[in-house]
Design a protein around this ligand. Structure first.
Ligand code: GDP
Length: 688
């Protein structure tokens, strides 16, 4: 494919709810542009964008994929994104490089949960948006109902540019409201003519909506409109273009991706009115604590952001990059500003689905692939050595659901960790940690499907099979009162024996302090060199578990007396004395079981607030407060025992029909209420 200047690039993300038709639309656009001969189908697993086996199997997109095509002298970098809540991070990554979001809405199902999520993220980014009402050929498709819903949910600025001609199976084309012409399709081929008379009533209604949607972008025009003056077509067109760029006017077009109706018009629209990267806001970069702005300029210094990494077991690593300034050519050497090492960009590629094509240049704004970068990770900035800046990135989403994994085959631990690290490189929503207290390897992600797919990829890409088990809650113990005990270790075997006595006092410390050891030995009751052994013994006993079998925290241990024997005493005997003394004192000190408490921040539409609060209550939650969020959302902040919300990602989804979201962080440890201790112990000790 030829090189294209910045002004001719269009970075377009397809977003919306799952099954609205994004992947089918990408396919239709590629056919229309002559980039592929015939459209594949998600049902058959033959599309350009959903090629990973996990996507083919489920018939859904799991990761974002690129599908560039040429339209006249423009290059459209189409970015197909998943519409399923578990993969929202991929949609965010796609939107972060887009200059226009095409929100695909099914005319049968209307605005759905992920449509609204996509809209919210795009509006937070200030991104221009266009709505494609799809599936108009389907039974029960209803354009006007969908339009009313769009206007109701997304407010002023929704400007319908087209009307469907014919309904359901008879849907044959669109009426262009700006030029007052009908375009009908026969096997994907358009022909124009006058708008059928029987549409005039609907045309009148929707034309009104169009004018109302556009005039919001211009105060003068709005004022004249309210005084009864109808703007001219020219005025409407100019205001529309400005309004789209400023993300105040959101045109609505319609069609059928599956039947190739009005798909060419969408491509025209993207190229004629859609913004180019040169219209993009300058990139905010940081150097130390100073931030500056770098405009998108093909003749500026080269500035690149890695927005996605693909771990391919055969090709190796492929980095998807957004060229934010300058002009990139193969063999460019840039500095990775996170690691400060040089990266040579040997080859530049246009990636379409899984097919790569070499290119010889990428100008500012372009979205391309670079194979085999040595250190680059998602989120990294590549810049000249003289410009050590980092681009303010998209934060990784906080993981919501966890499972514990261990390899099926003994001895595969290292292989598992290496594979998980590789998968983490391509998936910023995946978190991995080793929990020492419960001796589990914990994998966290956005939901069940996400984690399931990670396990499938582990096996397919890296040949590692794992067993999963529920995450064990890291309970702990502490004490409620001071106590003393004598730890005595005495063993008389054959010749030389073992002897050590340590007198210990233990006291509760404030929550979170951990452990303190005080040496109060005077007069050599225990020789100096053995005191560290006493401390070590105490710590080992604390780690091994107290009264309930969980690690002990927040205690001060004072060794105030002891005894020794000049021949039989050794480090080993004092370590044992420390351990025994601690265990005995612990039993007298009123052991307390502690549980981790998480802080939850939940955003839900107001209608669900009551149910969410009631549910938190049944989980022993303590609501710290509620406040108004964006739109009609309410934010609930609560502290909840971690054991009660291990599957909150799934639970909140079912309470709110997917309309709620939350973030989760560890907050503190608190005593388990006495009446629940037995239940907790039983559950915690159950074999996983
Ligand atoms: P995505 O999840 O948004 O990418 O949706 P897909 O492109 O996978 O489409 C979901 C289903 O809707 C598939 O079975 C498509 O064949 C079907 N589909 C998509 N667009 C149309 C359309 O315009 N008309 C009809 N009848 N079906 C469509």
């Amino acid at each position: 494919m030829p090189n294209v200047p910045s002004a001719k690039i269009r970075n377009v993300a397809l977003v919306g709810h799952g099954a609205a038709g994004k992947t089918t639309l990408a396919e239709a656009l590629l056919v229309c542009a002559g980039a592929i001969n015939r459209a594949g189908r998600t049902e058959d697993g033959t599309t350009v964008c959903d090629f990973e086996p996990e996507e083919v199997k489920r018939k859904i997109s799991v990761s974002l994929s690129l599908a560039p095509f040429d339209w006249g002298d423009h290059r459209v970098n189409l970015i197909d994104t998943p519409g399923y809540a578990d993969f929202v991070a991929e949609m965010e990554a796609g939107l972060s490089v887009a200059d226009l979001a095409v929100v695909v809405v099914s005319a049968v199902d209307g605005v759905e949960v992920q449509t609204q999520v996509a809209w919210r993220i795009a509006s937070e980014l200030g991104l221009p948006r266009l709505i494609f009402v799809n599936k108009l050929d389907r039974e029960r498709a209803d354009f006007e109902r969908t339009l009313d819903q769009l206007r109701e949910l997304f407010g002023a600025g929704i400007a319908p540019l087209e009307l469907p001609i014919g309904e359901e199976a008879a849907f044959s084309g669109v009426a262009d409201l700006l030029t007052d012409t009908a375009i009908t399709y026969d096997a994907g081929k358009p022909s124009s003519g006058p708008i059928p008379d029987e549409m005039s009533a609907m045309e009148h209604r929707v034309h009104e909506a169009l004018v109302e949607g556009i005039v919001v972008a211009d105060d003068d025009l709005m004022e004249r409109y309210l005084e009864g003056v109808t703007p001219s077509t020219k005025e409407l067109e100019t205001t529309l273009a400005h309004g789209v760029a400023a993300a105040t006017v959101f045109p609505v077009v319609c069609g059928s991706a599956a039947r190739q109706i009005a798909v060419d018009r969408l491509a025209d629209f993207i190229c004629e009115i859609g913004p180019s990267p040169l219209d993009r806001k300058p990139t905010v970069v940081r150097a130390g604590d100073k931030t500056t702005e770098v405009p998108v300029d093909p003749s500026g210094e080269t500035l690149v952001r890695v927005f996605k990494t693909i771990a391919d077991p055969y090709v190796g690593k492929i980095s998807l990059i957004h060229v934010l300034s300058g002009t990139l050519r193969p063999d460019a050497v840039l500095t990775n500003t996170r690691t400060h090492s040089d990266e040579r960009l040997h080859a530049l590629q246009l990636l379409r689905g899984k097919e790569a094509q070499p290119i010889s240049e990428a100008q500012a704004g372009d979205v391309i692939a670079v194979p085999k970068l040595s250190e680059a990770r998602t989120g990294d900035t590549l810049a000249p050595k003289t410009m050590p800046v980092t681009i303010e990135g998209v934060p990784a989403p906080a993981p919501l659901l966890s499972i514990a994994v261990k390899p099926k085959a003994k001895g595969d631990e290292d292989k598992l960790m290496t594979a998980l690290h590789r998968l983490q490189e391509e998936d910023t929503a995946l978190a991995l940690r080793r929990e020492d207290e419960t001796r589990q390897t914990i994998l966290s992600g956005m939901g069940d499907t996400h984690l399931q797919i990670v396990l499938e990829k582990l096996q397919r890409k890296f040949g590692v099979e794992v067993d999963t088990e529920p995450v064990r809650v890291p309970y702990r113990e502490t004490i409620s009162q001071p106590a003393e005990a004598e730890g005595k270790y005495k063993k008389q075997t054959g010749g030389h024996g073992q002897f050590g006595v340590a007198n210990l006092k233990i006291e509760p410390l404030e929550r979170g302090v951990g452990f303190e050891f005080v040496d109060q030995i005077v007069g050599g009751a225990i020789p100096r060199q053995f005191i560290p052994a006493v401390e070590k013994g105490v710590q080992e006993a604390m780690g091994a578990g107290g009264h309930y079998g969980f690690p002990v925290v927040d205690v001060r241990v004072t060794c105030f007396d002891g005894k020794y024997h000049s021949v039989d005493s050794s480090e080993m005997s004092f370590k044992m004395a420390g351990s025994l003394g601690f265990k005995e004192a612990m039993e007298k000190a009123g052991p307390v079981l502690l549980e981790p408490i998480s802080r939850l921040e939940i955003s839900v539409p107001a209608q669900f607030q009551g149910e969410v609060l009631g549910d938190l209550n049944s989980r022993r939650g303590r609501v710290l407060g509620t406040e108004a969020g964006g739109g009609d959302e309410q934010i609930v902040i609560a502290l909840v025992p971690t054991s009660e919300i291990l599957r909150y990602a799934t639970d909140l989804r079912s309470i709110t029909g997917g309309r709620g979201r939350f973030s989760l962080s560890h907050d503190r440890y608190e005593p388990v209420p006495q009446q629940l201790v037995d239940r907790v112990i039983k559950a915690a000790l159950q074999p996983a």
